[in-house]
Design a protein around this ligand. Structure first.
Ligand code: HEC
Length: 251
């Protein structure tokens, strides 16, 4: 049986390429069709810094991010020490401290019925689209202890901490033919300080930051990846010149 080099390469290359792409496909899939896409972009530093500001101002009072140190976040995101200390460190004295909260678990249980979970890894356990949809799913509900409810996480113990931005909304539900309660839309009860687009954009930045928080090493990999590409391009250029040099005498 004769096999040309071309068919051999084709037969070998295809399975290898399939093997390389398969894990990416699995990682990207498995989503819930009711979630909105957050369109995460870890190379957008402005978005990450914006999300970091929201996070330390509005989330860190209840939730911890106890795997992260203030100074590492500042260095990774390009935040200078003065801004860090002035605008972002309310629960810590030194930049080297971990992002923990001062509230005790007993107090948290007494106030909310549950201890607010550490948010360090939530972007990995829940996924960015879940977080993005959750933070845009709060509505007024007089029947709950906080006065708030959530379409993605029914009867959640967390109040809508960003309601001043989004304003107050009422959710309308329909009953589907199989008896399930489905969201039909929201009515705005009172306006917030942000438009709907501005609010979505702020939540996207916050979600982006939480993805960084769950895997800070990704930013380093992005940087390394860039220089690997630069190296490859230079290398290809040099190889081409070398080939030309070798073949000059042959032609
Ligand atoms: C007043 C306290 C409080 C603040 C402030 C707060 N949360 Fe929460 N959050 C909670 C509590 C309590 C829960 C647990 C809810 C439950 O289990 O019913 C929770 C749950 C969550 C969850 C779900 C986690 C999971 O995997 O189940 C996410 C995500 C979350 N909060 C994000 C945020 C973000 C982002 C902010 C800042 C914008 C924030 N929270 C601010 C109290 C708070």
């Amino acid at each position: 049986m004769t096999m040309t080099i071309k068919t051999l390469i084709k037969r070998l290359l295809l399975p290898v390429l399939c093997m390389l792409w398969a894990p990416a496909g699995i990682a990207a899939g498995g989503g819930n069709e009711n979630l909105d896409s957050a369109y995460i972009n870890l190379s957008d530093k402005v978005s990450l810094r914006n999300g970091a500001h929201t996070f330390v101002n509005y989330c860190l009072s209840c939730h911890e991010a106890s795997y992260m140190r203030y100074e590492r976040m500042a260095d990774d995101l390009g935040i200078d020490r003065e801004t860090l200390k002035r605008d972002m460190m309310f629960a810590a004295d030194k930049p080297g401290e971990l992002m923990t909260v001062n509230m005790s678990d007993e107090d948290a249980k007494a106030w909310f019925g549950v201890v607010p979970p550490d948010l360090s890894l939530t972007a990995r356990s829940r996924g960015p689209d879940w977080i993005y949809t959750y933070l845009r799913g709060f509505y007024r509900d007089e029947g709950t202890s906080t006065g708030w409810n959530n379409t993605l996480y029914p009867n959640v113990a967390m109040p809508h901490v960003l309601y001043q931005w989004e304003g107050m909304r009422k959710a309308n539900f329909e009953t589907s033919p199989n008896g399930a309660k489905v969201l039909a839309g929201y009515d705005q009860l009172s306006p917030g300080t942000m438009s709907a687009q501005e609010y979505d954009s702020a939540i996207r930045d916050l979600t982006n930051f939480m993805v960084y928080l769950a895997e800070p090493a990704k930013l380093v990999r992005y940087r390394i990846g860039f220089w690997v590409m630069v190296f490859m391009l230079v290398f290809v250029g040099l190889s081409y010149l070398l080939k030309k040099e070798y073949w000059r005498d042959v032609h």
